[in-house]
Design a protein around this ligand. Structure first.
Ligand code: URA
Length: 204
């Protein structure tokens, strides 16, 4: 459904795709990263959750959403009545991008070109899983699905038809909830749970 990826979309089982992605050199991000963080979940999952890019923890563990944002996501999924195991969880970009500052690796945003280079993997996962429902977490994932004109602040929480038999909505990224100060944070969290609740309802 999303912007055409550059190059041919790899085919095969999720395991095969994961192995292929491990050696991906389509952009320079592999150089600094520990490993490719491929999606997790079953090819039978009826819903796909798409994040932005792995962080420090995900890079070390090789799994999406296992750091602070992942903990918040797990809490929001539980509050919305969803099991992580029922979902296919992945990211728009599959390598950690960071700036080294002393001992710390500070997360930096993948460029448009890096996002574009990575899109074949999301497209490959999409073709394999063929989700009926999808949720984009944050603006990067939302724009990957809906195009660069998509505005999260305006269109959050609304189901949009992506292709026949597939609806998707976009919601706050768990990291943006964590970054929001004061009472705004609770509001954003409640909206995230509400939007995930829409997914839970659609899956019933
Ligand atoms: N943020 C993301 O977008 N994805 C992850 O896997 C972790 C943090």
């Amino acid at each position: 459904p999303f912007a055409k990826p550059v190059g041919e979309i790899p085919k095969g089982s999720l395991r095969h795709l994961r192995d292929e992605a491990e050696h991906c050199r389509r952009c320079p991000l592999w150089r600094g990263a520990t490993q490719t963080v491929f999606g997790r979940g079953s090819s039978d999952a009826r819903a796909m959750l798409i994040g932005e890019q792995p962080g420090d923890r995900e890079d070390l563990r090789g799994e999406p959403f296992v750091g602070p944002a992942g903990r918040l996501l797990d809490k929001a999924l539980a509050d919305a009545g969803l099991a992580r195991s029922a979902l296919y969880l992945t990211n728009a970009v599959k390598h950690f991008k960071y700036e080294q500052r002393g001992p710390d690796r500070l997360h930096t945003r993948a460029s448009a070109r890096e996002q574009e280079a990575c899109r074949v993997w999301l497209a490959a996962e999409w073709l394999r899983v063929r989700p009926r429902l999808a949720v984009a977490l944050g603006a990067m994932a939302a724009q990957t699905l809906f195009g660069s004109g998509f505005r999260l602040s305006r269109e959050r929480g609304q189901w949009l038809e992506l292709e026949p038999h597939c609806r998707a909505l976009a919601t706050w990224h768990p990291s943006s909830v964590l970054r929001t100060p004061g009472t705004g944070r609770q509001r954003r969290y409640a909206e995230l749970v509400e939007d995930l609740g829409r997914l839970a309802e659609a899956l019933r």
